[in-house]
Design a protein. Structure first.
Length: 481
């Protein structure tokens, strides 16, 4: 019997009524044996049977109601989750005694295949919209350790189900490859999409090497990379007696090259927004954060000294609770090591925002053990799916989830905030962050970007200086920004 019990969803892109299909045959055998060894196992597959699809939808509704009655949400999975999303944990009940639960995620219509592929037993179907929606709910709300996709190679209509599973998974991702080599998409955009999708895999297994013993070994290795989501239970109990504060973990002052917000104005805006703590994270500079901490002494806004450091070619990383400026241009690993040397916390901002140079999977995995928190929401990220991808990354590795306004103008401060217990120092902060809730409010990216342009570029230098002096004077007099 396995020493570690995992919750696993095996995803096949082929209709479950095709037992002669080599992929389905392998999934049935592996899932059954994993279940007999005490793992909780789901099989997610399309179906040709409308009755099977209806029955699975009833199971989903029942699980949803059970989750709502239980009062929990997806964060009870052991890592960052989504507050208010009822868990589908009941789907995993009684799946660890040799009988995995098969969930028909949608009905498919078979389409003809070339004779060569038909001889391999492949059956390809279309993917209705409701399949993707069902996968999103299942994988977003069921507390899974692993999503194991089968035959996720590009080029087929059917394997898009496995691709959709990778997009929506909040668990560790494993893939079994059944073809000798992936079929490359014909277009550059298709190739980029394929690379991004397959880049979400934490492990790939060749079908010829796929045994239950090997799967258990690989699962255990991957699970060992996850962070401890609980931290220190004694410290957690102590912090539970503290009041709540609202925190914004990402903002800039005029010590950043692309910001014109004076420190006094930033502090006044933080007070006006009702923030109890802020992290000042200027680009490649720490002087603004040190000034803000000094000027905030004795006030009701706590300042965390931080710096958003540009690495040589692997995007940016934020150091929190540091005291010395970190030079730009080092590798990501070197920058992380310097943050740790100062006793700081490693906070990764706007990962996966591919509109900018940011850390991606390939950059984050080598330093995963040293990452303390991931920014899962940044309102200045233009494409929402990039924030969602950051949230999924934090969830599957059980890394504490953070958020910040990334404000370059005072008006954007507090547009996202973290509700957490008051803290003193990095250890208490990180423990409190593990149990925090992130709240957002609608913000116009065009509006704040226009303000940034007006403040940093539209005015001549003399006018900017005059405006700065006026804003500082108003902030000191209590008139805000």
């Amino acid at each position: 019997m396995a020493t570690q019990r995992f919750a696993i969803a095996h995803v096949t892109p082929y209709p479950w009524e095709s037992p002669a299909n080599q992929v389905n045959a392998a999934v049935s055998e592996l899932a059954g044996e994993l279940s007999r060894r005490g793992h909780r196992v789901l099989i997610l597959a399309p179906s040709r049977s409308p009755a099977a699809v209806r029955a699975s939808r009833r199971e989903l509704r029942d699980a949803r109601r059970a989750g709502e009655r239980g009062g929990g949400d997806t964060r009870d999975a052991g890592g960052p989750g989504r507050a208010g999303a009822a868990s589908l944990r009941s789907l995993l009940e009684d799946t660890d005694a040799g009988q995995p639960r098969v969930i028909a995620i949608g009905e498919v219509l078979d389409v003809p295949l070339p004779a060569r592929e038909a001889r391999r037993g492949r059956v390809v179907g279309t993917v209705p919209v409701d399949v993707t929606r069902t996968l999103e709910e299942l994988l977003g709300r069921t507390p899974l350790d692993f999503v194991h996709v089968h035959d996720p190679l590009p080029g087929w209509v059917g394997p898009k189900i496995s691709s959709a599973a990778l997009r929506h998974s909040r668990a560790l991702n494993v893939a079994t490859l059944y073809a000798a080599a992936p079929r490359q998409p014909a277009t550059a955009l298709g190739r980029r999409f394929s690379e991004t999708l397959l880049g979400r895999l934490d492990a790939r297994i060749d079908a010829s090497e796929q045994t239950v013993d090997e799967l258990e070994r690989r699962y255990a290795e991957l699970a060992a990379r996850r962070h401890d989501p609980t931290g220190d239970p004694a410290l957690r109990r102590r912090l539970a007696r503290r009041p709540f504060v609202d925190v914004d973990l990402h903002m800039h002052t005029d010590h950043s090259h692309d910001c014109e917000t004076p420190v006094e104005v930033l502090l006044a805006a933080a007070r006006e927004a009702g923030l109890g703590a802020i992290a000042v994270t200027d680009h490649n500079e720490i002087s603004g954060a040190l000034e803000a901490r000094e000027k905030a002494r004795g006030g009701n806004v706590k300042v965390i000294v931080g710096e958003e450091v540009k690495t040589a070619s692997q995007g940016e990383v934020i150091g929190l609770f540091i005291e010395e400026k970190i030079p730009r241009g080092m590798t990501l690993a070197q920058t992380v090591a310097e943050i740790k040397r100062q006793g700081g916390l490693v906070y990764v901002p706007h990962p996966f925002d591919r509109m900018h140079a940011v850390p991606d999977y390939e950059h984050l995995l080598p330093v995963l053990d040293d990452v303390d928190a991931i920014e899962v929401f940044n309102p200045r990220v233009a494409i929402g799916s990039f924030n969602e991808e950051a949230s999924r990354f934090a969830a599957k590795y059980r890394i504490a989830a953070g958020a910040g306004s990334d404000s370059h103008v005072a008006q954007g401060l507090g547009s996202v905030r973290i509700r957490m217990r008051d803290f003193d120092g990095p250890r208490e902060f990180l423990q409190s962050l593990r149990d925090a809730e992130i709240t957002t409010k609608p913000t116009s990216l065009i509006y704040v970007q226009a303000l940034k342009f007006l403040q940093t570029r539209a005015r001549p230098p003399a006018a900017r200086r005059a405006v700065r002096e006026r804003r500082v004077r108003r902030a000191r007099e209590g008139g805000g920004a």
